[in-house]
Design a binder for this molecule. Structure first.
Ligand SMILES: Nc1nc2c(c(=O)[nH]1)N[C@H]1C(S)=C(S)[C@@H](COP(=O)(O)OP(=O)(O)OC[C@H]3O[C@@H](n4cnc5c(=O)[nH]c(N)nc54)[C@H](O)[C@@H]3O)O[C@H]1N2
Ligand SMILES: Nc1nc2c(c(=O)[nH]1)N[C@H]1C(S)=C(S)[C@@H](COP(=O)(O)OP(=O)(O)OC[C@H]3O[C@@H](n4cnc5c(=O)[nH]c(N)nc54)[C@H](O)[C@@H]3O)O[C@H]1N2
Ligand code: SF4
Ligand SMILES: [Mo]
Length: 696
């Protein structure tokens, strides 16, 4: 790290630690701490949201961890310990468990907020130092359905295959299950441009969100019916003669079966199913098909379902039939969520994956990566299992007995969280690396305190596939180590472990070699090149060749260069409503809180803006339940309940209730959610289950 070598900059041009927009910011070291200033960058154009403005408050927060913590016996208290004692304890337990039960007795859980270097090092540590197949990460909760659908249609998964600025020039922009006014506020600047240029914004969301309120047209479907809506849009487009025949013939395969499938999606029937009026479906199809530059974007509202992959495929089918992907200024994309949600899914913390977005079951990929790692390809483990299956197997007779967590707080964020919490309690060893005592850290046997973003160098890949630099401003507090130093310290204590580098730049150089030739090729990306420009877009195989802000202009990344249609059919939510659980429950975010809230719940201004959980419901439903604004209500599902004050809103569907998922304890939304997962991606159905609501 630059700061460790004695250079101590007074200011650092870096990016926000939170979401995938990775807004540009400048950090200044002052006598009272660290000040944040907005920095103009193509994504945020000088804007920051409240979370970004206040991010530095956690650097010197009284809750910050600055010493390892150990629990000496189950049920005992966590007590401060030295690093050698903590790392020895972890390494000894890992060795004992692996000796007794085999290497798969140990599991690793990563996060989409980790830098590329950390994500890469975590995957290598699991496969080489621990030799376990059990590694997965919270991107499974977030990106996996869009990733799977993108891969099967285009042969590659880059959330936005074009720069974000293209949104500002779109004639029609369709946002499906995305609420960027709260989840990426500076992105709205591009949408303001779009509308000032005369473009149309159409939003699909069961709630009239801050984003939907700015739209020209708001489709308000029943949660879980987006797939049917997309098929109806394609049905109408074909009926009206909007098919781009030349494009479909030249650039795609598989259209005929999709044509047959959508023929059955009569708009009137889809209106009955989804509640979206036929006239609105027709207006949407027309708005997409009769302009030059139309863009379709999905986010978690459409994706976090047990049919999320097929739902995204339905919107990709629509985009392909209209000839959008690869046309300048047009296309399909998904809005990646976490700070490094894109890079975090490319470099090997996913159960089935090796660096460079290679598949772990591909012999050539194993050969290539094993060579970079200096090991025998046969020694690399095979594919593990997706996050929910992994967490749900912990501590069971056939499941892992130890878990190392880097960058996630599943006690709050996992579906059916009470069950996952009890699985974590059943482990022989739970290790959490974090800079705060998250709810998951509270259960740990060993807590390892790590650096924060302003104390680290590294790279992040934003929602556009643009690789950026995170730059350190200051030294970490005494007693704190980087994630890379922790992995290296553990590797050194394990048998036959190759040494792991701790300098992020050295790790990046290795990552470049490991990714070379893979779908996400970083071989041509250097830190200097990133510094010299506003980042570098992957794939970039050649240091002296161009990067690729826009994909698909002449070919897709499939073997024959053509995009693939996938026929998909609607199916109901995994848990239908019934007499006992008559309402649909859906979940999401509010502006002032981030994810499981470990960080943002500790920032005073954010706590004031969003002090606690709530349940959003329609006034008619509230009247039926005898509930007024602020009345504590209980939301009960077959799995558990949450308790929080009612918030009345005439803009939500009367058959649907909503709660944000940022809080632990009684208000924990994931006590209620369903653990059904998508059969292809393993993405949980966070966005719909059956509940009843009662006065608490
Ligand atoms: N403030 C804030 N910003 C964040 C985050 C945060 O925690 N807080 N997290 C970041 C991360 S990791 C992510 S993944 C992104 C997520 O960004 P978004 O996807 O924009 O966020 P969500 O609120 O999860 O979901 C979006 C919308 O989906 C709607 N929805 C619910 N069910 C359905 C459905 O069945 N169909 C449709 N069409 N819509 C539905 C919800 O009403 C909600 O308004 O945000 C990122 N930015
Ligand atoms: N009901 C419901 N549940 C959801 C969702 C939903 O829409 N509804 N959304 C899902 C989605 S999209 C996501 S992305 C997940 C996210 O949920 P989580 O996986 O829980 O993510 P975070 O809350 O960001 O947790 C990150 C933790 O790691 C720590 N941390 C941050 N940076 C670092 C680092 O560099 N190193 C280390 N070691 N630790 C770090 C933070 O302090 C924090 O405790 O939640 C999912 N859960
Ligand atoms: S929009 Fe995202 S990246 Fe930008 S300041 Fe807010 S949290 Fe940070
Ligand atoms: Mo996410």
């Amino acid at each position: 790290m630059a700061t460790r070598s004695g250079v101590r900059p007074r200011e650092a041009a870096t990016h926000c630690p939170y979401c995938a927009l990775q807004c540009g910011m400048v950090l200044h070291a002052t006598t009272d701490g660290v000040e944040v200033a907005a920095r103009d960058f193509p994504t945020n154009r000088g804007g920051l949201c409240q979370k970004g403005w206040t991010a530095a408050e956690l650097l010197d927060h009284p809750d910050r961890l600055t010493t390892p913590l150990l629990r000496d016996r189950p049920g005992g208290e966590l007590r401060p310990a030295g690093w050698d004692e903590a790392l020895d304890r972890v390494a000894t337990a890992l060795r004992t468990l692996a000796d007794r039960h085999g290497p798969d007795a140990v599991a690793v859980f990563g996060g989409g907020g980790l830098t590329n270097e950390k994500a890469y090092a975590l995957g290598r540590f699991a496969r080489v130092s621990l030799r376990t197949r059990h590694i997965d990460y919270n991107g499974r909760w977030c990106m996996s359905s869009a990733a799977a659908a993108g891969n099967r249609a285009f042969g590659v998964d880059r959330g936005l295959p074009f720069p974000l600025a293209d949104l500002g020039r779109a004639d029609t922009l369709l946002l499906v299950g995305a609420n960027p006014a709260e989840t990426m506020p500076p992105l709205m600047r591009h949408l303001t441009d779009q509308r000032e240029r005369g473009g149309r914004l159409i939003v699909v969301d069961p709630r009239a969100t801050a984003t939907a309120r700015q739209a020209d047209l708001h489709l308000q479907p029943l949660p879980g019916t987006d797939l049917a809506v997309a098929n109806a849009l394609l049905h109408i487009a074909l009926r009206e003669g909007y098919l781009d025949r030349a494009y479909v013939a030249a650039r795609t395969t598989g259209f005929d079966e999709v044509r047959r499938t959508v023929a059955g999606y009569w708009p009137a029937e889809v209106e009955r199913l989804s509640g979206v009026p036929v006239a609105d479906l027709e207006a949407t199809a027309r708005a997409l098909a009769t302009v030059d530059r139309a863009i379709i974007l999905t986010a978690r509202g459409a994706e976090q379902h047990a049919k999320g992959v097929d739902t995204v495929s339905a919107f990709i089918n629509l985009a392909l039939a209209l000839g959008l992907p690869g046309r300048p200024g047009a296309g399909y994309g998904c809005l990646t969520g976490q700070g490094n949600g894109q890079g975090g899914r490319e470099h090997g913390q996913k159960a089935d994956q090796l660096p460079g977005y290679r598949r772990i079951d591909d012999p050539a990929a194993r050969e290539h990566v094993a060579r970079v790692w200096g090991v025998d390809p046969a020694a690399l483990p095979g594919a593990g299992v997706p996050a929910y299956r992994l967490l749900d197997s912990l501590g069971t007779p056939s499941g892992p007995k130890a878990l190392l967590v880097f960058g996630s707080n599943p006690v709050v964020s996992a579906p059916r969280a009470a069950r996952i919490e009890s699985r974590l309690r059943d482990l022989d060893l739970l290790v959490v690396a974090d800079f705060l005592r998250s709810e998951t850290a509270e259960l740990a046997d060993v807590v390892l305190p790590v650096t924060q973003w302003a104390e680290e160098d590294g790279t992040m890949t934003n929602l556009e596939g643009r690789v950026l630099r995170r730059r350190a401003l200051r030294e970490p507090p005494a007693g704190v180590r980087t994630d890379l130093e922790i992995l290296a310290g553990l590797a050194a204590r394990l048998p036959d472990a190759a040494p792991l580098p701790t300098d992020p730049r050295e790790v990046f150089e290795e990552l470049r070699r490991a990714s070379a030739g893979g779908p996400a090729d970083y071989a041509g990306i250097t830190w200097e090149r990133i510094d010299a420009d506003t980042g570098v877009f992957w794939p970039c195989p050649d240091e002296h060749g161009p990067d690729r802000p826009r994909l698909f202009a002449d070919r897709f990344h499939t073997p024959d260069g053509r995009a693939r249609f996938h026929p998909v059919t609607h199916r109901p939510a995994a848990e239908p409503v019934c007499a006992d659980y008559p309402l649909h429950f859906t979940t999401g975010r509010v502006l002032a809180q981030y994810q499981s809230g470990t960080q943002t719940r500790r920032v005073a201004a954010l706590r004031r803006a969003a002090p606690g959980g709530f349940v959003e419901l329609h006034p008619d439903l509230a009247a039926r339940l005898g509930v007024a604004e602020g009345t504590p209500v209980r939301v009960v599902s077959r799995r558990g309940e949450l308790c929080a004050p009612a918030r009345l809103s005439p803009t939500i569907r009367p058959d649907t209730v909503f709660a944000p998922f940022h809080w632990p304890g009684a208000a924990r939304a994931n006590s209620v959610t369903n653990d059904a997962v998508d059969p292809v991606s393993g993405m949980p159905e966070f966005k719909i289950c059956a509940v009843r609501v009662e006065r608490a």
